[in-house]
Ligand binder design. Structure first.
Ligand SMILES: [Fe+2]
Length: 460
């Protein structure tokens, strides 16, 4: 077999290695490990999964510890062999090393070392086990080529600038049905290089299954180690918690065939975590899309919305429609004054936030409801700051819609960046508002929507 590697892509000065040019090879030849990502699917106060494509060099080990030894892998006090290998899947040798027994609210440094190479030194933070302010990012819907790829890369870069504790990505990673090897390799390379901060901090992802993953229901399990429920490949959904009853997040699957099983699982999960201050669910298909082209999802309305209300889910996150929406807190209702099965309820309702335009071409926001707070059409991610109760002040969320790019109205192929000139936050203040950030700022609410929801005070 002739082995010949070529450097295919140069991005922000870092070489992506892959893609052979010889027909005799059936899969890409990757020189060394790459496509690093961190995944949260379990208790993030003590656990993180390091995932990567091992290429063809053997005996990789993750070396890690609380002190930074750079690439001196022998100095790190802890090591972990791969805990799972999914070989030759999507053209990659997917390796997973789940690090356990970590300390909460800690910084850890790590490298991956195999028999020939040492990776760059990366670092990450574990989640706190006590109530403590933090930020996270929610969004979804990236594409694999053309202007949507460019736009998605801008949103990736905003992640690195904002340094959230984690990202919940609400489905639709690649164009097509999620079975194209090159598209996935490109996505994972982009994720590694663009969402990692300049000083090497990797941001964990909580992956959610979207309809563009429907070509292979196992994909999130095999690329991110997302767990199956009921030992069933179609039941990829899970939840995790941290902050000592502060925060519970559920990664649902609006695409699964095992829908009744999932609804049963959801009710049990919500019941078990009902005492948490903030309960949040992420899934792909909005129950009531805010663009007219998309069909209504009545099955989600009848199966999930009553459970969200019964167990006081605070925030629902979705994607799919390729535009932005935030609703007032709403609950399912058929009473007079309700619309499409929901009615506003500031006291006890769930705020529905979406709808996925991380990179995909923005659709028109032409299907608002009486209970829609605001919608918009642009590429965006949601940046959410979480504040626990402090003294007499109750816990609250600050929700911002970060516009990462727009299209030139005279030339749809031109992506206008709102990321290039944004300053990067420093690790010592991830709650600051970066210079030049473009926030959606609808009147009369301005750039920040708070939850519990309050109408802005009228000025005298
Ligand atoms: Fe979708």
């Amino acid at each position: 077999m002739i082995k010949k590697t070529v450097i295919c892509t140069l991005l922000i000065g870092i070489a992506f290695i892959g893609c052979t040019s010889t027909k005799s090879l059936t899969k890409p030849l990757v020189k060394q490990h790459s496509k690093y990502r961190l995944v949260w699917t379990d208790d993030p106060t003590t656990t993180v999964t390091v995932a990567w494509d091992q290429g063809q060099v053997e005996n990789p080990v993750v070396y890690y510890g609380k002190e930074d030894f750079g690439q001196d892998w022998e100095e790190y006090p802890h090591s972990q062999n791969p805990t799972r290998i999914v070989a030759e899947y999507r053209g990659m040798n997917n390796h997973f090393a789940t690090l356990r027994d970590l300390q909460p609210d800690q910084t850890y440094y790590f490298v991956i070392r195999d028999s020939e190479y040492t990776s760059d030194r990366f670092w990450f933070k574990t989640a706190p086990d006590q109530p403590k302010p933090f930020t996270f990012i929610s969004g979804g819907d990236t594409k694999s080529s053309d202007p949507p790829l460019t736009a998605g890369r801008l949103s990736h870069r905003m992640v690195a600038k904002l340094r959230p504790l984690f990202v919940v990505f609400n489905g639709d990673f690649c164009s097509g049905d999620g079975t194209n090897d090159n598209d996935w390799q490109q996505w994972l390379n982009d994720w590694t290089f663009l969402t990692t901060t300049e000083d090497g901090r990797m941001i964990p992802i909580i992956p959610v299954h979207g309809n563009h993953e429907d070509g292979d229901y196992t994909v999130l399990n095999k690329l991110f180690n997302a767990p199956y429920q009921y030992d069933d490949e179609e039941n990829v959904y899970y939840s995790l918690s941290f902050g000592n009853n502060l925060f519970h997040i559920i990664a649902l699957n609006s695409q699964t065939g095992g829908f009744e099983d999932q609804t049963k699982w959801l009710e049990e999960d919500l019941k078990k975590h009902q005492d948490f201050t903030f309960k949040i669910a992420g899934y792909h298909k909005p129950i009531r899309p805010h663009t007219a082209k998309k069909s209504e999802n009545d099955h989600l309305l009848s199966a999930w919305a009553p459970l969200f209300y019964q167990y006081k889910l605070d925030i629902s996150l979705d994607g799919d429609s390729h535009m932005s929406k935030i609703t007032y807190p709403i609950r399912p209702s058929k009473e007079p004054g309700s619309h499409e099965g929901f009615i506003r309820d500031d006291e006890n309702g769930t705020m529905y936030i979406g709808e996925g335009s991380w990179g995909a071409t923005p659709r028109q926001n032409n299907d608002d409801k009486p209970w829609t707070l605001r919608s918009g059409s642009f590429n965006q991610i949601k940046w959410i700051q979480v504040f626990p109760q402090e003294g007499e002040e109750p816990a609250y969320l600050e929700i911002r819609t970060v516009i990462t790019s727009e299209r030139n109205p005279y030339n749809e192929d031109e992506v206008i960046s709102h990321v290039d000139n944004v300053s990067s936050l420093s690790e010592s203040d991830v709650f600051a508002i970066p210079d030049n950030i473009k926030l959606f700022s609808p009147e009369p609410y301005g750039p920040v929507i708070t939850y519990p929801f309050q109408e802005p005070r009228e000025e005298n």
